[in-house]
Design a protein around this ligand. Structure first.
Ligand code: ATR
Length: 272
């Protein structure tokens, strides 16, 4: 019987993960099975327990269970601990190992697929919720010259900046409210807010995009008001589909010990 994996969430009907991992399995010659597991909102642990009891070897975790998943683990990677969230679970006997590949996926999409190194760059991270927290440590590790966390609710950005300050190395790390972005401009602007999901526009000035800026929305598959604003300013605008594929490849590597090639999967996913 092939090793069994799953994506667990609520809802998971539209998850692209089963398709992505099927491509990875095919191109690497790995014999795996990958399912969708919809857990009731109050039944995350119960659903995973049953999946493990039936021989499940690992899972990807999606909304709204990433924090619950970190509590489910017997061991966490350093980056999962920093993120306080787990998107990848690996099971072996009683051991439940949790990792977070979201930040690595974002960094790989930015630096490899989009060809933008972060060193010497001025980076603006919009949002201070779970999505922003999940990518902060890898962003700082990439060594940008300056990293500003801006959030509608300033105290949340300030709390995040002071928590990650010890890890910042040479980067100037700062928290700002949206209204303080007036005189600021950046080389890379990353939207980690959930505003795009509801079609809401962010109250940021168009001047945050420097000439030649790259704008990145972690949301994928739709033209968010953030991406539209970025395009109108002349910035190169990208959605988070590449991050989705790259975080999946990192999960696959953790489970199977081989990193699948991602470019053709990403191109095929875009064409779908
Ligand atoms: P997630 O874990 O997905 O990041 P979250 O923790 O609820 O979700 O955080 C959502 C983020 O999107 C927050 O930074 C939130 O800003 P606030 O902290 O001010 O609430 C941001 N967000 C959501 N809708 C927004 C909107 N319409 N305008 C600005 N920011 C928004």
């Amino acid at each position: 019987m092939p090793d069994r994996y799953a994506v667990i969430g609520h809802p998971v009907t539209h998850s692209q993960s089963p398709w992505i991992h099927a491509q990875f399995a095919r191109t690497t010659g790995q014999d795996i099975e990958y399912l969708r597991l919809e857990a009731p909102l109050d039944g995350f642990e119960r659903t995973l327990d049953a999946f493990r009891a039936a021989g499940g070897k690992g899972a990807n975790v999606t909304l709204p269970f990433k924090e619950a998943a970190s509590r489910y683990c017997s061991e966490l990677s350093a980056r999962a601990r920093a993120a306080r969230a787990v998107n990848t679970l690996k099971f072996a006997g009683a051991s439940r190992y949790g990792d977070n590949t979201d930040g690595a996926g974002l960094l790989r999409d930015l630096t490899v697929n989009l060809g933008r190194a972060l060193t010497a760059q001025r980076v603006l991270l919009l949002g201070a919720g779970g999505a922003a927290r999940g990518v902060l440590a890898p962003l700082l590790e990439a060594g940008p010259q300056r990293l500003v966390i801006a959030n509608r609710t300033l105290p949340k950005a300030q709390a995040l900046a002071s928590e990650f300050a010890p890890a910042r190395d040479g980067t100037r790390l700062q928290a700002l409210g949206f209204e303080a972005l007036g005189g600021e401009s950046f080389d890379i602007v990353i939207n980690a807010t959930s505003a795009g999901l509801s079609g809401a526009a962010l109250a940021i000035p168009v001047s945050v995009f420097r000439r030649g800026a790259l704008a990145y929305d972690m949301v994928y598959g739709r033209e968010t008001p953030f991406l539209a604003l970025a395009r109108a300013s002349g910035a190169a605008a990208h959605d988070g589909l590449g991050m989705l594929v790259e975080q999946a490849a990192e999960s696959f590597r953790l489970w199977r010990g081989v990193r699948p090639e991602t470019a053709t999967v990403l191109a095929a996913l875009r064409a779908r």
